[in-house]
Design a binder for this molecule. Structure first.
Ligand code: ATP
Ligand code: MG
Length: 406
């Protein structure tokens, strides 16, 4: 008997054989890394339609529960169950062994048995449900209810082995990171770009983040902290980088030369063009932002058009159709809410944009600043470097916020 985690994946399962095999390998690697981060030693294997995490013989049930949680934070995973793996000979033996495991769990409770079978056995899943159900009922369960039981005893039969479990931990779904080409996310450390970054990564694209520093120390600190959470909690099997670009120069030039109602969108386009150059240089194949249609005046359809017109790389806007409250809720699930809620809105210019900027007007305003100098970025390996070290390198204090930073 071995404690294991039964890992289920959703979309990966419907891919063609070679894509599927590649994605399964990525999943295995990511799960191994996530387990390792929690100090769990296990063998992770692909077994027709599942990934099975086998823990060492001396591991406890709570290790299996911990391992299920670690597996369920990996993109591509639909759900994970801590389970007991048993070997059996025949239906009677299977039911006896399963009853031993479930006995204490069903005692005094209304229960049901749910069985499924992946191979060809001389018995059906219904047989397992009946035989095991009877055993459990005779040995202390208080009744059977197939509709809404207090407890569900699950049995998954796979050849000569069977898996016994009662808990299903939801995973994030999506595709394993690395199954897509890398994407550069314009990351401000606010709600929107944090959730956008997570959503892009969930679809299998390894992400890197670029922050345009407009001179506010507190905003930079929050962005670094948010980026660190995204990397440490979610980027299993991948090492995101954070690029910090000093953008005070371009902001000053825009403020000096561009007509007030065009400043925000001109500055945003400068960011995108810079990000595109950086992405192309570093082998990334798309940009992503946290923009959502109509959320603010710079994000009207017209202004989104102007900001990114004529770019060579696609600009992914995974939140285009989201309401703000949905985005905030999702940030809680991702674990960045407490950090990004403190983020301040820094637009770098002193005038709000016109929600319907004219196309010609924009072109001529942009012409004035398109050659502006941008210094090379500072680059951080988000998973390889401690938060304190990144903050120190950026000249930020490591605890609390100093008056100088605000
Ligand atoms: P967020 O919550 O991500 O800050 P927002 O609703 O505040 O977004 P804007 O400030 O208009 O919206 O920014 C729109 C998008 O532009 C952001 O989601 C982000 O992708 C990008 N962006 C804005 N400012 C910066 C910055 N300083 N550095 C990097 N990207 C930025
Ligand atoms: Mg913002």
């Amino acid at each position: 008997m071995t404690k294991v985690v039964l890992v289920r994946y959703g979309e990966v399962a419907v891919k063609g054989p070679s894509t599927r095999s590649r994605m399964e390998r990525l999943l295995v690697r990511a799960i191994e890394e996530s387990l390792g981060a929690d100090g769990l030693k296990a063998e992770v294997r692909r077994e027709s339609g599942r990934i099975i995490v086998r823990l060492g013989q001396d591991s406890s049930w709570s290790d299996a529960e911990k391992a299920a949680r670690a597996s369920a934070r990996v993109f591509g995973v639909k759900s994970a169950s801590p389970a007991l793996e048993i070997e059996y000979v025949g239906l009677e033996d299977l039911a006896q062994k399963a009853a031993k495991f479930f006995l204490a769990r069903v005692r005094g409770r209304v229960f049901r048995v749910r069985a499924r079978r992946s191979g060809v056995e001389p018995f059906t899943s219904k047989d397992v449900e009946k035989v095991l159900g009877k055993l459990l009922l005779e040995s202390g369960a208080s009744g059977v209810d197939l509709e809404s039981p207090e407890y569900t005893a699950n049995v998954e039969v796979r050849g000569r082995r069977a898996y016994l479990f009662d808990e299903v931990v939801e995973g994030p779904g999506g595709l394993p990171v690395g199954s897509e080409e890398p994407v550069l996310v314009l990351y401000s450390g606010g709600f929107d770009s944090s959730v956008a970054a997570w959503r892009v990564m969930r679809r299998g694209a390894p992400i890197h983040l670029v922050y345009y520093d407009l001179g506010h120390r507190g905003a930079l600190r929050t962005a670094v902290m948010g980026a660190k959470v995204l990397a440490d909690n979610w980027a299993w099997g991948h090492r995101p980088r954070l690029y910090v670009v000093n953008f005070r120069g371009p902001a000053l030039v825009v403020n000096g030369l561009v007509r007030p109602s065009y400043r925000t969108i001109v500055l945003r386009r400068l960011m995108l063009l810079h990000a595109q150059e950086l992405a192309l240089r570093e082998g990334m194949e798309a940009l992503a932002t946290g923009e959502s249609i109509g959320q603010v005046a710079s994000q009207t359809v017209r202004n989104l058009r102007l900001i990114s017109s004529g770019l060579e790389l696609p600009v992914l806007r995974p939140l285009a159709g989201h309401d703000k409250d949905e985005i905030v809720r999702e940030s809680m699930r991702i674990g960045v809410y407490d950090i990004v809620k403190t983020q301040v809105e820094i637009c770098g210019v002193d005038q709000p944009p016109n929600p319907r900027a004219s196309i010609e007007g924009f072109k001529s305003e942009f012409e004035k600043v398109k050659e502006v100098f941008v210094p090379p970025p500072l680059v951080f390996d988000l998973k390889g470097v401690k938060l304190e070290d990144i903050l120190k390198k950026l000249g930020l204090t490591t605890s609390g916020m100093s008056a100088k930073e605000v």
